[in-house]
Design a protein around this ligand. Structure first.
Ligand code: ATP
Ligand code: MG
Length: 553
């Protein structure tokens, strides 16, 4: 038996797999799959499923397939498939084989024919309303369709003609013949095939009948020889049907379906229908808007693959639904970036500062460490000159108690440079502060000043060297931990989830910052170069996360 990595936290799925391996079930093999429907981008919930399926396969020397569950062509597209592949690779996983449920359409059709021949499926022509009415309720059994005992030959003939396109959409259904009185509604003669004339992104117009999820999924798993078919809890009630289909068709491989609780993350929605609505109605800029819980959005916001994998490991795998706090995700990315992101200085809301006793044309260039605790990350050159920008918030005309930054007549240290003193404030006609006139103490470069203590340290950029930038401050997209608790989830949208600062200045070393590169802007947060809108003419940074948890409690 293979032993899993000592570091892998145990969970009930691992226990099942280990028992199977011990019993030499499936000849000691582990084959999993990740089966997205290509009807949207992947989100952080999918990441949980991806990490689980791929990691289990890896740990037990098995394989994990990617299978597109593409049986609803009206909502699916090739673009979504490409986005899904990109996101899985970005997370750091590589599938063993790539398949599409649509690759199996012919085989699935044959299986359906076999069920009809065995007397286990029949063609029905009840209307959708009748089907609903005949289905019964949770407390009442259903009623058998008058077509249920249609002779096999007749069902077979109708099924072939359904495929041949002889009937209108919805005119007939192929249904499994199971038990209209079953307490499990999924077992009350569920539909297996429906007529639908829609162009399929891969099979074109070859088919006008499409198999239903419950029929397709178990058979696709069986065809691929999947051993453990891991899915979310809402499919628990579908498991008897999963097993029924495979038993009736006596497939050579009968995967075991195992359900786990889906990820629910506070302040987000995870349903693709809702995410799609956010996109199509323009509440966000696209599937990759940095506020979206999609992997594309999180990548654009500056999340690292490692932080997402770390998150998926920390939340664990259980059978019980639970809401995960946003802090858990945010601490994963903070820890990663604190460790790995180079430090830079950027001024988000600039205030001009002139050092009057500094020579007009003089310049100094400092070597400042990229990371205070990691000398191996090297240094970068930071120019200094007479005119600087500092953060408006780092100066106060009427300072609150314990204000450690700059005040009129007070001193502060410029990070990596001198101690300066504010001599005078310059205001415009409206009375707004537009400039600070300061002096510097030449003896304080890398040294404490003589005979006095200067506590505050602020960041700055040299006006003549700084690079203009746009900085986008993102906040949570919803102001409710559970947006669905509102009458409509859109009512929970946070109106202040994006603040665009157009007149920021960043230090000169960022001139050539590459798209998606990540930094800690000292004292302001973690930022990432926007992959879409940033270019040589205009640098755009997205805030990934604040330095500390500042969300209003
Ligand atoms: P939606 O209902 O929003 O369309 P879905 O679950 O149907 O989402 P799929 O593309 O079918 O989306 O999902 C692919 C796989 O990812 C499935 O195995 C599904 O169970 C899993 N998955 C989807 N959402 C989550 C989630 N929030 N947490 C964990 N796994 C998830
Ligand atoms: Mg689905």
């Amino acid at each position: 038996m293979t032993t899993p990595e000592a570091t892998a936290p145990s969970n009930f799925i691992r226990h099942i797999i280990e028992a199977d391996l011990k019993a030499n079930k499936n000849n000691g093999k582990v084959k999993t799959r990740f089966p997205p429907e290509p009807n949207g981008f992947l989100h952080i919930g999918h990441a949980k499923s991806i990490c689980l399926n791929f990691t289990l396969a890896e740990e037990y020397n098995g394989t994990c397939n990617l299978r597109f569950d593409d049986t609803n062509p009206e909502k699916e597209s090739i673009e979504f498939m490409e986005a899904i592949e990109k996101d899985i690779l970005w997370l750091g996983f590589q599938w063993h084989e790539k398949h599409h449920a649509s690759d199996y359409f012919e085989q699935l059709f044959d299986y359906a024919v076999q069920l009809i021949k065995q007397g286990d499926a029949y063609v029905d022509d009840l209307t959708p309303e009748q089907i609903r009415e005949y289905r019964g309720t949770l407390t009442e059994p259903g009623k058998e369709s008058p077509n249920r005992n249609r002779p096999v030959e007749e069902s077979l003939d109708l099924f072939y003609r359904m495929r041949a396109g002889e009937f209108a959409d919805g005119a007939y259904l192929l249904r499994a013949k199971i038990d209209m009185a079953s307490p499990n509604i999924n077992m009350r003669d569920p539909a297996l095939y429906r007529i639908r004339r829609v162009h399929h992104q891969r099979t074109g117009d070859k088919w006008c009948i499409y198999p239903m999820y419950d029929f397709t999924h178990c058979l696709s798993d069986a065809i691929e020889g999947i051993t453990h078919s891991i899915c979310t809890l809402e499919f628990e009630d579908h498991r008897p049907l999963y097993d029924w289909v495979l038993d009736k068709l006596n497939t050579p491989c009968h995967p075991q379906q195992i359900e786990f609780a889906r990820l629910q993350l506070e302040y987000t929605v995870m349903s693709k229908r809702k995410l799609n609505q956010l996109v199509t109605e323009g509440h966000v800029s696209g599937w990759d808007d940095p506020r979206m819980p999609t992997l594309a959005g999180m990548r654009r916001a500056g999340f690292t693959p490692a932080s997402i994998r770390d998150f998926c490991e920390r939340i664990g795998v259980t059978k019980k639904d639970a809401w995960i706090k946003m802090d858990v995700l945010e601490s994963c990315i903070r820890e990663d970036l604190n460790e790995n992101a180079p430090r830079r200085m950027a001024v988000l809301k600039p205030l001009r500062l002139v050092i009057e006793n500094y020579p007009d044309e003089a310049e100094e260039i400092y070597d400042i460490a990229n990371h205070p605790q990691k000398p191996e990350m090297g240094t970068r050159k930071v120019p200094f000159s007479k005119v600087l920008y500092i953060e408006q918030d780092d100066f106060a005309e009427n300072p609150p108690k314990k204000f450690k930054r700059l005040v009129e007549g007070g001193e502060v240290r410029l990070r990596g440079s001198y101690v300066i003193k504010c001599e005078r404030i310059i205001k415009d006609e409206a009375g707004d502060i537009i400039e600070l006139r300061c002096s510097y103490d030449p003896a304080t470069l890398g040294k404490n000043p003589e005979g006095r203590k200067v506590k505050g340290v602020i960041h700055w950029v040299s006006a003549k060297h700084a690079i203009p930038a746009e900085i986008r401050l993102y906040d949570r997209l919803f102001r409710q931990p559970n947006p669905d608790a509102e009458a409509h989830f859109l009512d929970a949208l946070n109106p202040d989830s994006l603040q665009i600062l157009e007149n920021c200045w960043v230090e000169a070393s960022l001139a050539k910052a590459e798209k998606e590169s990540r930094y800690q802007f000292e004292r302001t947060g973690y930022f990432c170069v926007d992959s879409v809108d940033s270019n040589d003419q205009k640098l755009v940074f997205n805030r990934t996360v604040t330095l500390r948890d500042t969300w209003a409690k």
